[in-house]
Write a protein that binds this ligand. Sequence first.
Ligand SMILES: Cc1cc2nc3c(=O)[nH]c(=O)nc-3n(C[C@H](O)[C@H](O)[C@H](O)COP(=O)(O)OP(=O)(O)OC[C@H]3O[C@@H](n4cnc5c(N)ncnc54)[C@H](O)[C@@H]3O)c2cc1C
Ligand SMILES: NC(=O)c1ccc[n+]([C@@H]2O[C@H](COP(=O)([O-])OP(=O)(O)OC[C@H]3O[C@@H](n4cnc5c(N)ncnc54)[C@H](O)[C@@H]3O)[C@@H](O)[C@H]2O)c1
Length: 467
Amino acid sequence: MSNPEQYDFVALGGGEAAKLLAWDLASNHGKKCAVIEHGPIAGACPTVACMPTKTLIHSAQLAHLARQVPASAPGTARADIKTDMAKVFTRKQDVVDGMADLFLGIFAETKAELIRGHGELVGPKTISCNGRLLTGETVLINTGSKALVDTSIPGLANAKPLTHVELLNIKTLPTHLIILGGGYVGIEFAQAYVRFGARVTVIERNAQVLKKEDSDVISALTKILAREGVEFLTSTSVTKVSGTSGDEVVLTLSGPGGPSEIIRGSHLLVSAGRTPNTSGIGLAEAGIQLSPAGHVAVDEQLRTSVPGVFAAGDCAGSPYFTHIGWDDHRVILASLTGSPREGGTANRQVPSTLFTSPELAHVGLREEEAKARGIPYRLTKAPMAAFLRSRALGETEGFAKALVEADGDKVLGFTALGPGAGELLPAVQLVMKLGLSYKELVDLIIVHPTMCEGLVDLFRSVPPRTG
Ligand SMILES: Cc1cc2nc3c(=O)[nH]c(=O)nc-3n(C[C@H](O)[C@H](O)[C@H](O)COP(=O)(O)OP(=O)(O)OC[C@H]3O[C@@H](n4cnc5c(N)ncnc54)[C@H](O)[C@@H]3O)c2cc1C
Ligand SMILES: NC(=O)c1ccc[n+]([C@@H]2O[C@H](COP(=O)([O-])OP(=O)(O)OC[C@H]3O[C@@H](n4cnc5c(N)ncnc54)[C@H](O)[C@@H]3O)[C@@H](O)[C@H]2O)c1
Protein backbone atom coordinates (compact mmCIF):
# COMPACT_ATOMS: atom_id res chain seq x y z
CA MET A 1 0.00 0.00 0.00
CA SER A 2 1.21 3.49 -0.89
CA ASN A 3 1.99 6.30 1.55
CA PRO A 4 -1.07 8.26 2.69
CA GLU A 5 -2.09 11.10 0.40
CA GLN A 6 -2.96 14.24 2.37
CA TYR A 7 -6.34 15.89 1.89
CA ASP A 8 -8.07 18.71 3.73
CA PHE A 9 -11.38 16.83 3.57
CA VAL A 10 -12.17 13.20 2.81
CA ALA A 11 -15.68 11.71 2.89
CA LEU A 12 -16.29 8.00 3.28
CA GLY A 13 -19.57 7.53 1.38
CA GLY A 14 -20.98 10.00 -1.11
CA GLY A 15 -24.19 10.93 0.70
CA GLU A 16 -25.89 14.29 0.78
CA ALA A 17 -23.57 16.08 3.20
CA ALA A 18 -20.42 14.57 1.67
CA LYS A 19 -20.87 16.02 -1.76
CA LEU A 20 -22.18 19.39 -0.58
CA LEU A 21 -19.26 19.82 1.82
CA ALA A 22 -16.67 18.68 -0.73
CA TRP A 23 -18.05 21.01 -3.40
CA ASP A 24 -18.25 23.99 -1.07
CA LEU A 25 -14.88 23.48 0.62
CA ALA A 26 -13.16 22.90 -2.73
CA SER A 27 -14.70 25.76 -4.66
CA ASN A 28 -15.19 28.42 -1.98
CA HIS A 29 -12.36 27.65 0.44
CA GLY A 30 -9.65 26.25 -1.85
CA LYS A 31 -9.50 22.94 0.03
CA LYS A 32 -8.29 19.64 -1.38
CA CYS A 33 -11.31 17.36 -1.12
CA ALA A 34 -12.21 13.79 -2.00
CA VAL A 35 -15.43 11.78 -1.82
CA ILE A 36 -15.20 7.98 -1.82
CA GLU A 37 -18.27 6.28 -3.25
CA HIS A 38 -18.70 2.58 -3.99
CA GLY A 39 -22.22 2.75 -5.40
CA PRO A 40 -24.02 4.91 -7.91
CA ILE A 41 -22.75 8.48 -8.13
CA ALA A 42 -23.70 10.76 -5.28
CA GLY A 43 -25.77 8.82 -2.81
CA ALA A 44 -29.16 7.18 -2.47
CA CYS A 45 -31.51 10.14 -2.95
CA PRO A 46 -30.91 10.81 -6.64
CA THR A 47 -30.34 7.20 -7.62
CA VAL A 48 -32.40 4.71 -5.59
CA ALA A 49 -34.58 6.75 -3.23
CA CYS A 50 -36.27 10.19 -3.42
CA MET A 51 -35.86 11.19 -7.05
CA PRO A 52 -36.60 7.85 -8.76
CA THR A 53 -39.55 7.13 -6.46
CA LYS A 54 -41.07 10.54 -7.05
CA THR A 55 -40.57 10.05 -10.80
CA LEU A 56 -42.33 6.68 -10.55
CA ILE A 57 -45.10 8.21 -8.44
CA HIS A 58 -45.65 10.88 -11.08
CA SER A 59 -45.97 8.22 -13.80
CA ALA A 60 -48.51 6.43 -11.60
CA GLN A 61 -50.38 9.71 -11.11
CA LEU A 62 -50.58 10.15 -14.89
CA ALA A 63 -52.01 6.63 -15.23
CA HIS A 64 -54.50 7.41 -12.48
CA LEU A 65 -55.54 10.72 -14.06
CA ALA A 66 -55.91 9.09 -17.47
CA ARG A 67 -58.42 6.70 -15.94
CA GLN A 68 -60.37 9.66 -14.54
CA VAL A 69 -61.01 11.05 -18.00
CA PRO A 70 -64.57 9.62 -18.16
CA ALA A 71 -65.48 11.74 -15.14
CA SER A 72 -64.53 15.02 -16.83
CA ALA A 73 -65.46 13.97 -20.38
CA PRO A 74 -68.49 11.75 -20.00
CA GLY A 75 -68.76 9.09 -22.66
CA THR A 76 -64.99 8.67 -23.03
CA ALA A 77 -64.27 5.11 -21.98
CA ARG A 78 -60.74 4.78 -20.64
CA ALA A 79 -61.07 1.83 -18.30
CA ASP A 80 -58.78 -0.07 -20.68
CA ILE A 81 -55.72 2.05 -19.86
CA LYS A 82 -52.66 -0.07 -19.19
CA THR A 83 -49.24 1.13 -18.10
CA ASP A 84 -46.16 0.27 -20.11
CA MET A 85 -43.78 -0.46 -17.23
CA ALA A 86 -40.75 -0.57 -19.53
CA LYS A 87 -41.46 3.09 -20.41
CA VAL A 88 -41.99 3.94 -16.73
CA PHE A 89 -38.56 2.42 -16.07
CA THR A 90 -36.96 4.35 -18.94
CA ARG A 91 -38.39 7.65 -17.72
CA LYS A 92 -37.18 6.92 -14.18
CA GLN A 93 -33.73 5.99 -15.48
CA ASP A 94 -33.51 9.16 -17.59
CA VAL A 95 -34.11 11.24 -14.45
CA VAL A 96 -31.52 9.24 -12.48
CA ASP A 97 -28.95 9.50 -15.29
CA GLY A 98 -29.63 13.22 -15.57
CA MET A 99 -28.92 13.65 -11.86
CA ALA A 100 -25.68 11.66 -12.20
CA ASP A 101 -24.57 13.90 -15.08
CA LEU A 102 -25.44 16.97 -13.05
CA PHE A 103 -23.37 15.80 -10.09
CA LEU A 104 -20.43 14.67 -12.22
CA GLY A 105 -20.45 18.15 -13.73
CA ILE A 106 -20.31 19.77 -10.30
CA PHE A 107 -17.44 17.50 -9.23
CA ALA A 108 -15.55 18.54 -12.37
CA GLU A 109 -16.35 22.22 -11.91
CA THR A 110 -15.43 22.39 -8.23
CA LYS A 111 -12.38 20.12 -8.65
CA ALA A 112 -13.48 17.99 -5.70
CA GLU A 113 -12.27 14.47 -6.45
CA LEU A 114 -14.81 11.64 -6.77
CA ILE A 115 -13.15 8.30 -6.08
CA ARG A 116 -15.26 5.34 -7.22
CA GLY A 117 -14.53 2.41 -4.93
CA HIS A 118 -15.15 0.84 -1.53
CA GLY A 119 -13.54 2.68 1.34
CA GLU A 120 -12.60 1.52 4.83
CA LEU A 121 -11.02 3.34 7.73
CA VAL A 122 -7.61 1.93 8.58
CA GLY A 123 -6.74 4.56 11.17
CA PRO A 124 -8.54 7.39 12.96
CA LYS A 125 -8.41 9.70 9.93
CA THR A 126 -7.08 7.44 7.21
CA ILE A 127 -9.15 5.61 4.62
CA SER A 128 -8.05 2.90 2.24
CA CYS A 129 -9.67 2.67 -1.19
CA ASN A 130 -8.58 1.07 -4.46
CA GLY A 131 -5.07 0.46 -3.08
CA ARG A 132 -4.75 4.13 -2.10
CA LEU A 133 -4.49 5.58 1.41
CA LEU A 134 -6.09 8.96 1.99
CA THR A 135 -5.64 10.98 5.16
CA GLY A 136 -7.97 13.87 5.83
CA GLU A 137 -7.47 16.84 8.10
CA THR A 138 -11.25 16.50 8.36
CA VAL A 139 -12.98 13.17 7.72
CA LEU A 140 -16.70 12.70 7.21
CA ILE A 141 -18.55 9.40 7.57
CA ASN A 142 -21.62 9.64 5.29
CA THR A 143 -22.37 6.04 4.36
CA GLY A 144 -26.19 6.11 4.57
CA SER A 145 -28.45 3.19 5.39
CA LYS A 146 -29.95 0.14 3.73
CA ALA A 147 -33.26 -1.70 3.85
CA LEU A 148 -33.57 -3.97 6.86
CA VAL A 149 -34.32 -7.59 6.02
CA ASP A 150 -35.27 -9.29 9.27
CA THR A 151 -33.45 -12.61 9.22
CA SER A 152 -35.39 -13.81 12.27
CA ILE A 153 -38.46 -14.27 10.02
CA PRO A 154 -38.09 -17.86 8.74
CA GLY A 155 -37.67 -17.98 4.97
CA LEU A 156 -37.68 -14.20 4.40
CA ALA A 157 -34.11 -13.83 3.16
CA ASN A 158 -34.35 -17.04 1.07
CA ALA A 159 -37.43 -15.65 -0.67
CA LYS A 160 -35.12 -13.02 -2.22
CA PRO A 161 -37.48 -10.14 -1.40
CA LEU A 162 -37.19 -6.91 -3.33
CA THR A 163 -36.05 -3.76 -1.60
CA HIS A 164 -36.73 -0.31 -3.06
CA VAL A 165 -33.52 -0.70 -5.06
CA GLU A 166 -34.71 -3.76 -7.00
CA LEU A 167 -38.33 -2.67 -7.27
CA LEU A 168 -37.17 0.52 -8.99
CA ASN A 169 -35.41 -1.62 -11.58
CA ILE A 170 -38.11 -4.07 -12.62
CA LYS A 171 -39.66 -3.44 -16.01
CA THR A 172 -42.80 -5.54 -15.66
CA LEU A 173 -45.89 -5.13 -13.51
CA PRO A 174 -46.15 -7.48 -10.53
CA THR A 175 -49.54 -9.19 -10.54
CA HIS A 176 -49.71 -9.09 -6.74
CA LEU A 177 -47.17 -7.04 -4.81
CA ILE A 178 -47.03 -7.81 -1.10
CA ILE A 179 -45.40 -5.02 0.88
CA LEU A 180 -43.93 -5.84 4.27
CA GLY A 181 -43.96 -2.64 6.33
CA GLY A 182 -46.37 0.30 6.15
CA GLY A 183 -43.91 3.14 6.59
CA TYR A 184 -42.95 5.87 4.11
CA VAL A 185 -41.41 3.51 1.58
CA GLY A 186 -44.21 0.95 1.70
CA ILE A 187 -47.07 3.43 1.46
CA GLU A 188 -45.59 5.47 -1.40
CA PHE A 189 -44.93 2.32 -3.45
CA ALA A 190 -48.35 0.86 -2.52
CA GLN A 191 -50.29 3.68 -4.13
CA ALA A 192 -47.98 3.89 -7.14
CA TYR A 193 -48.25 0.17 -7.92
CA VAL A 194 -51.99 -0.02 -7.40
CA ARG A 195 -52.28 2.88 -9.85
CA PHE A 196 -50.12 1.00 -12.35
CA GLY A 197 -52.64 -1.83 -12.12
CA ALA A 198 -51.09 -4.31 -9.67
CA ARG A 199 -52.89 -5.89 -6.75
CA VAL A 200 -51.16 -4.54 -3.62
CA THR A 201 -51.31 -5.76 -0.03
CA VAL A 202 -49.55 -3.91 2.80
CA ILE A 203 -48.68 -5.88 5.93
CA GLU A 204 -48.04 -3.74 9.01
CA ARG A 205 -47.40 -5.03 12.50
CA ASN A 206 -48.72 -1.91 14.23
CA ALA A 207 -52.41 -1.11 14.53
CA GLN A 208 -52.00 1.67 11.97
CA VAL A 209 -49.54 2.33 9.16
CA LEU A 210 -47.22 5.33 9.68
CA LYS A 211 -47.58 4.96 13.41
CA LYS A 212 -46.12 8.35 14.33
CA GLU A 213 -48.92 10.21 12.57
CA ASP A 214 -52.20 11.21 14.22
CA SER A 215 -54.95 8.63 13.82
CA ASP A 216 -57.41 11.08 12.18
CA VAL A 217 -54.82 11.74 9.47
CA ILE A 218 -54.05 8.08 8.85
CA SER A 219 -57.68 7.10 8.89
CA ALA A 220 -58.39 9.69 6.14
CA LEU A 221 -55.35 8.66 4.10
CA THR A 222 -55.91 4.90 4.30
CA LYS A 223 -59.57 5.36 3.36
CA ILE A 224 -58.43 7.02 0.12
CA LEU A 225 -55.76 4.40 -0.57
CA ALA A 226 -58.13 1.53 0.20
CA ARG A 227 -60.70 2.97 -2.18
CA GLU A 228 -58.02 2.96 -4.89
CA GLY A 229 -57.45 -0.72 -4.16
CA VAL A 230 -54.63 -0.96 -1.60
CA GLU A 231 -55.36 -3.79 0.84
CA PHE A 232 -54.16 -3.23 4.41
CA LEU A 233 -53.42 -5.97 6.93
CA THR A 234 -52.60 -4.11 10.13
CA SER A 235 -51.73 -5.57 13.56
CA THR A 236 -50.30 -8.40 11.47
CA SER A 237 -46.96 -10.17 11.69
CA VAL A 238 -45.28 -12.54 9.28
CA THR A 239 -44.30 -15.85 10.86
CA LYS A 240 -42.98 -17.66 7.78
CA VAL A 241 -42.16 -16.96 4.14
CA SER A 242 -41.72 -19.51 1.37
CA GLY A 243 -41.30 -19.34 -2.39
CA THR A 244 -39.38 -16.69 -4.28
CA SER A 245 -40.25 -13.10 -5.05
CA GLY A 246 -40.75 -12.69 -8.80
CA ASP A 247 -42.25 -16.17 -9.05
CA GLU A 248 -44.60 -16.85 -6.15
CA VAL A 249 -44.26 -15.97 -2.48
CA VAL A 250 -46.38 -17.46 0.29
CA LEU A 251 -46.55 -15.66 3.63
CA THR A 252 -47.91 -17.14 6.82
CA LEU A 253 -49.41 -14.37 8.92
CA SER A 254 -50.41 -13.93 12.48
CA GLY A 255 -52.92 -11.19 13.10
CA PRO A 256 -56.51 -10.36 13.88
CA GLY A 257 -57.58 -12.78 11.11
CA GLY A 258 -56.15 -15.73 13.07
CA PRO A 259 -52.79 -17.22 13.90
CA SER A 260 -51.99 -18.79 10.53
CA GLU A 261 -53.62 -16.95 7.67
CA ILE A 262 -51.85 -17.58 4.37
CA ILE A 263 -51.37 -14.95 1.68
CA ARG A 264 -49.84 -15.50 -1.77
CA GLY A 265 -48.34 -12.92 -4.08
CA SER A 266 -46.09 -12.64 -7.10
CA HIS A 267 -43.59 -10.22 -5.56
CA LEU A 268 -42.52 -9.26 -2.04
CA LEU A 269 -41.17 -5.81 -1.16
CA VAL A 270 -39.44 -5.38 2.18
CA SER A 271 -39.92 -1.86 3.52
CA ALA A 272 -39.72 -2.62 7.20
CA GLY A 273 -37.21 0.01 8.27
CA ARG A 274 -33.56 0.79 7.66
CA THR A 275 -30.22 -0.20 9.13
CA PRO A 276 -27.23 2.19 9.11
CA ASN A 277 -24.20 1.30 6.97
CA THR A 278 -21.77 1.29 9.86
CA SER A 279 -20.37 -2.23 9.89
CA GLY A 280 -17.30 -3.50 8.06
CA ILE A 281 -15.89 -0.03 7.40
CA GLY A 282 -13.28 0.05 10.16
CA LEU A 283 -15.10 2.32 12.60
CA ALA A 284 -14.07 0.32 15.68
CA GLU A 285 -10.49 0.09 14.45
CA ALA A 286 -10.48 3.87 14.03
CA GLY A 287 -11.81 4.35 17.58
CA ILE A 288 -15.14 5.77 16.37
CA GLN A 289 -17.94 4.87 18.74
CA LEU A 290 -21.42 3.68 17.78
CA SER A 291 -24.74 4.45 19.46
CA PRO A 292 -26.79 1.57 20.89
CA ALA A 293 -28.89 1.62 17.67
CA GLY A 294 -25.75 1.12 15.57
CA HIS A 295 -25.42 4.67 14.25
CA VAL A 296 -22.14 6.55 14.44
CA ALA A 297 -22.37 8.31 17.81
CA VAL A 298 -22.29 12.09 17.30
CA ASP A 299 -22.84 15.21 19.37
CA GLU A 300 -25.05 18.09 18.26
CA GLN A 301 -22.27 19.45 16.04
CA LEU A 302 -22.09 15.99 14.39
CA ARG A 303 -18.62 15.36 15.86
CA THR A 304 -17.75 11.71 16.46
CA SER A 305 -15.64 10.37 19.33
CA VAL A 306 -12.49 11.02 17.24
CA PRO A 307 -11.45 14.68 16.88
CA GLY A 308 -11.65 15.87 13.28
CA VAL A 309 -14.03 13.08 12.27
CA PHE A 310 -17.68 14.02 11.65
CA ALA A 311 -20.66 11.88 10.64
CA ALA A 312 -23.83 12.96 8.87
CA GLY A 313 -27.12 11.68 7.48
CA ASP A 314 -28.75 8.31 8.04
CA CYS A 315 -25.56 6.64 9.33
CA ALA A 316 -25.32 9.26 12.09
CA GLY A 317 -28.91 8.75 13.19
CA SER A 318 -30.13 12.07 11.81
CA PRO A 319 -33.81 11.81 10.80
CA TYR A 320 -33.86 9.83 7.55
CA PHE A 321 -34.61 12.60 5.08
CA THR A 322 -32.49 14.16 2.36
CA HIS A 323 -33.25 17.69 3.53
CA ILE A 324 -31.90 16.72 6.95
CA GLY A 325 -28.71 15.43 5.33
CA TRP A 326 -28.59 18.82 3.63
CA ASP A 327 -28.90 20.57 6.97
CA ASP A 328 -26.23 18.28 8.47
CA HIS A 329 -23.84 19.65 5.85
CA ARG A 330 -24.67 23.20 6.98
CA VAL A 331 -23.97 22.31 10.62
CA ILE A 332 -20.58 20.80 9.76
CA LEU A 333 -19.65 23.58 7.34
CA ALA A 334 -20.36 26.15 10.04
CA SER A 335 -17.99 24.31 12.39
CA LEU A 336 -15.28 23.98 9.78
CA THR A 337 -15.47 27.63 8.81
CA GLY A 338 -15.14 28.84 12.38
CA SER A 339 -18.67 29.83 13.34
CA PRO A 340 -20.43 26.74 14.69
CA ARG A 341 -24.23 26.89 14.66
CA GLU A 342 -25.50 27.45 18.18
CA GLY A 343 -27.13 24.23 19.32
CA GLY A 344 -26.07 22.45 16.12
CA THR A 345 -28.69 19.88 15.23
CA ALA A 346 -30.65 20.34 18.48
CA ASN A 347 -34.22 21.57 18.19
CA ARG A 348 -34.12 21.96 14.43
CA GLN A 349 -37.30 21.68 12.39
CA VAL A 350 -37.84 18.29 10.77
CA PRO A 351 -40.49 18.84 8.10
CA SER A 352 -41.69 15.82 6.14
CA THR A 353 -43.89 14.99 3.21
CA LEU A 354 -45.24 11.61 2.22
CA PHE A 355 -45.62 11.77 -1.55
CA THR A 356 -48.92 9.99 -1.91
CA SER A 357 -51.82 11.80 -3.48
CA PRO A 358 -53.06 13.51 -1.54
CA GLU A 359 -49.71 14.35 0.02
CA LEU A 360 -49.26 14.21 3.77
CA ALA A 361 -47.14 17.10 5.02
CA HIS A 362 -46.12 17.77 8.57
CA VAL A 363 -43.90 19.97 10.73
CA GLY A 364 -43.60 20.40 14.49
CA LEU A 365 -45.82 18.97 17.18
CA ARG A 366 -48.53 16.39 16.40
CA GLU A 367 -51.86 16.56 18.21
CA GLU A 368 -51.64 13.11 19.80
CA GLU A 369 -48.07 13.82 20.88
CA ALA A 370 -49.21 17.09 22.49
CA LYS A 371 -51.93 15.22 24.38
CA ALA A 372 -49.54 12.48 25.50
CA ARG A 373 -47.01 15.04 26.71
CA GLY A 374 -49.64 17.22 28.37
CA ILE A 375 -48.78 20.23 26.21
CA PRO A 376 -51.76 22.62 26.11
CA TYR A 377 -52.73 23.91 22.66
CA ARG A 378 -55.44 25.54 20.61
CA LEU A 379 -56.50 23.55 17.56
CA THR A 380 -57.66 24.82 14.21
CA LYS A 381 -58.80 22.33 11.60
CA ALA A 382 -60.23 22.83 8.11
CA PRO A 383 -61.38 20.43 5.42
CA MET A 384 -59.34 20.47 2.24
CA ALA A 385 -62.39 21.80 0.40
CA ALA A 386 -61.80 25.08 2.29
CA PHE A 387 -58.52 25.36 0.37
CA LEU A 388 -60.41 26.57 -2.72
CA ARG A 389 -57.75 25.50 -5.21
CA SER A 390 -58.47 21.88 -4.25
CA ARG A 391 -61.98 22.33 -5.72
CA ALA A 392 -60.55 23.39 -9.06
CA LEU A 393 -58.26 20.37 -8.97
CA GLY A 394 -61.12 18.05 -8.04
CA GLU A 395 -59.07 16.83 -5.07
CA THR A 396 -60.98 18.01 -2.03
CA GLU A 397 -60.35 15.03 0.22
CA GLY A 398 -58.23 15.49 3.32
CA PHE A 399 -57.84 18.31 5.79
CA ALA A 400 -55.33 20.58 7.46
CA LYS A 401 -54.83 21.28 11.12
CA ALA A 402 -52.53 23.41 13.21
CA LEU A 403 -51.67 23.56 16.88
CA VAL A 404 -51.17 27.01 18.38
CA GLU A 405 -49.97 27.80 21.91
CA ALA A 406 -52.81 27.88 24.45
CA ASP A 407 -51.47 30.99 26.17
CA GLY A 408 -49.54 32.55 23.31
CA ASP A 409 -49.76 32.90 19.53
CA LYS A 410 -46.86 30.79 18.32
CA VAL A 411 -47.55 27.89 15.98
CA LEU A 412 -46.56 24.57 17.55
CA GLY A 413 -47.32 22.19 14.70
CA PHE A 414 -48.99 21.86 11.32
CA THR A 415 -50.26 18.91 9.31
CA ALA A 416 -51.97 18.86 5.93
CA LEU A 417 -53.39 16.02 3.87
CA GLY A 418 -54.20 17.47 0.49
CA PRO A 419 -53.01 18.02 -3.07
CA GLY A 420 -49.43 19.34 -3.10
CA ALA A 421 -49.58 19.68 0.70
CA GLY A 422 -45.78 19.62 0.94
CA GLU A 423 -45.70 23.03 -0.75
CA LEU A 424 -47.69 24.51 2.16
CA LEU A 425 -44.97 23.77 4.68
CA PRO A 426 -42.38 26.53 4.13
CA ALA A 427 -44.79 29.40 4.87
CA VAL A 428 -45.79 27.81 8.18
CA GLN A 429 -42.20 26.79 8.91
CA LEU A 430 -41.02 30.36 8.53
CA VAL A 431 -43.59 31.63 11.01
CA MET A 432 -42.57 28.87 13.42
CA LYS A 433 -38.83 29.41 12.93
CA LEU A 434 -39.05 33.15 13.53
CA GLY A 435 -41.36 32.64 16.52
CA LEU A 436 -43.99 34.86 14.90
CA SER A 437 -47.67 34.95 15.79
CA TYR A 438 -49.98 32.82 13.63
CA LYS A 439 -51.73 36.13 12.87
CA GLU A 440 -48.87 37.01 10.49
CA LEU A 441 -50.20 34.27 8.22
CA VAL A 442 -53.75 35.56 8.54
CA ASP A 443 -52.56 39.03 7.49
CA LEU A 444 -50.64 37.90 4.41
CA ILE A 445 -52.03 38.63 0.97
CA ILE A 446 -51.80 35.23 -0.71
CA VAL A 447 -52.54 34.70 -4.38
CA HIS A 448 -56.00 33.37 -5.20
CA PRO A 449 -56.55 30.56 -5.98
CA THR A 450 -53.40 28.87 -4.68
CA MET A 451 -53.28 26.09 -2.11
CA CYS A 452 -51.37 28.39 0.28
CA GLU A 453 -54.29 30.77 0.33
CA GLY A 454 -56.13 28.19 2.46
CA LEU A 455 -53.68 28.91 5.29
CA VAL A 456 -55.34 32.29 5.83
CA ASP A 457 -58.70 30.69 6.59
CA LEU A 458 -57.16 27.87 8.60
CA PHE A 459 -55.31 30.23 10.92
CA ARG A 460 -58.15 32.77 11.02
CA SER A 461 -60.15 30.05 12.75
CA VAL A 462 -57.77 29.59 15.68
CA PRO A 463 -60.05 29.67 18.73
CA PRO A 464 -59.54 32.51 21.22
CA ARG A 465 -57.33 32.02 24.24
CA THR A 466 -59.20 30.65 27.19
CA GLY A 467 -57.03 32.09 29.97
C1 LIG B 1 -37.35 4.53 -1.32
C2 LIG B 1 -36.93 5.75 -0.55
C3 LIG B 1 -37.50 6.98 -0.85
C4 LIG B 1 -37.13 8.11 -0.15
N1 LIG B 1 -37.72 9.30 -0.45
C5 LIG B 1 -37.36 10.41 0.22
C6 LIG B 1 -37.94 11.67 -0.10
O1 LIG B 1 -38.80 11.78 -0.97
N2 LIG B 1 -37.52 12.76 0.58
C7 LIG B 1 -36.57 12.68 1.55
O2 LIG B 1 -36.22 13.70 2.13
N3 LIG B 1 -36.01 11.50 1.89
C8 LIG B 1 -36.37 10.37 1.24
N4 LIG B 1 -35.79 9.18 1.56
C9 LIG B 1 -34.73 9.15 2.57
C10 LIG B 1 -33.41 9.63 1.95
O3 LIG B 1 -33.20 8.97 0.72
C11 LIG B 1 -32.24 9.35 2.87
O4 LIG B 1 -32.52 9.85 4.16
C12 LIG B 1 -30.99 10.04 2.32
O5 LIG B 1 -30.72 9.63 1.00
C13 LIG B 1 -29.81 9.68 3.22
O6 LIG B 1 -28.70 10.37 2.76
P1 LIG B 1 -27.29 10.14 3.42
O7 LIG B 1 -26.52 11.36 3.10
O8 LIG B 1 -27.39 9.72 4.81
O9 LIG B 1 -26.66 8.89 2.66
P2 LIG B 1 -26.89 8.20 1.26
O10 LIG B 1 -27.53 9.10 0.30
O11 LIG B 1 -27.50 6.88 1.51
O12 LIG B 1 -25.41 8.02 0.73
C14 LIG B 1 -24.49 7.16 1.31
C15 LIG B 1 -23.57 6.71 0.21
O13 LIG B 1 -22.44 6.08 0.79
C16 LIG B 1 -22.03 5.02 -0.06
N5 LIG B 1 -21.22 4.11 0.76
C17 LIG B 1 -21.62 3.42 1.86
N6 LIG B 1 -20.58 2.73 2.39
C18 LIG B 1 -19.50 3.02 1.60
C19 LIG B 1 -18.14 2.61 1.64
N7 LIG B 1 -17.65 1.80 2.58
N8 LIG B 1 -17.31 3.06 0.67
C20 LIG B 1 -17.78 3.88 -0.31
N9 LIG B 1 -19.05 4.30 -0.38
C21 LIG B 1 -19.89 3.87 0.57
C22 LIG B 1 -23.34 4.44 -0.56
O14 LIG B 1 -23.16 3.75 -1.78
C23 LIG B 1 -24.20 5.69 -0.72
O15 LIG B 1 -24.16 6.19 -2.04
C24 LIG B 1 -36.15 8.02 0.88
C25 LIG B 1 -35.57 6.79 1.18
C26 LIG B 1 -35.96 5.66 0.48
C27 LIG B 1 -35.32 4.34 0.81
N1 LIG C 1 -41.21 10.96 1.32
C1 LIG C 1 -40.16 10.79 2.11
O1 LIG C 1 -39.61 11.73 2.66
C2 LIG C 1 -39.64 9.42 2.35
C3 LIG C 1 -39.99 8.35 1.51
C4 LIG C 1 -39.48 7.10 1.80
C5 LIG C 1 -38.62 6.93 2.87
N2 LIG C 1 -38.30 7.98 3.66
C6 LIG C 1 -37.41 7.82 4.83
O2 LIG C 1 -36.90 6.52 4.89
C7 LIG C 1 -37.21 5.96 6.16
C8 LIG C 1 -37.35 4.48 6.06
O3 LIG C 1 -38.59 4.14 5.45
P1 LIG C 1 -39.25 2.71 5.66
O4 LIG C 1 -40.63 2.81 5.17
O5 LIG C 1 -38.37 1.65 5.13
O6 LIG C 1 -39.20 2.52 7.22
P2 LIG C 1 -40.14 3.06 8.39
O7 LIG C 1 -39.36 2.84 9.61
O8 LIG C 1 -40.65 4.41 8.08
O9 LIG C 1 -41.39 2.06 8.34
C9 LIG C 1 -41.24 0.69 8.49
C10 LIG C 1 -42.58 0.10 8.85
O10 LIG C 1 -42.48 -1.32 8.79
C11 LIG C 1 -43.13 -1.87 9.91
N3 LIG C 1 -42.54 -3.19 10.17
C12 LIG C 1 -41.26 -3.44 10.55
N4 LIG C 1 -41.06 -4.78 10.65
C13 LIG C 1 -42.24 -5.37 10.33
C14 LIG C 1 -42.68 -6.71 10.27
N5 LIG C 1 -41.84 -7.71 10.54
N6 LIG C 1 -43.94 -6.97 9.92
C15 LIG C 1 -44.81 -5.95 9.64
N7 LIG C 1 -44.44 -4.65 9.68
C16 LIG C 1 -43.18 -4.36 10.02
C17 LIG C 1 -42.89 -0.87 11.03
O11 LIG C 1 -43.83 -1.01 12.05
C18 LIG C 1 -43.03 0.45 10.27
O12 LIG C 1 -44.36 0.89 10.22
C19 LIG C 1 -38.47 6.68 6.59
O13 LIG C 1 -38.65 6.65 7.98
C20 LIG C 1 -38.24 8.07 6.08
O14 LIG C 1 -37.50 8.81 7.02
C21 LIG C 1 -38.78 9.22 3.41
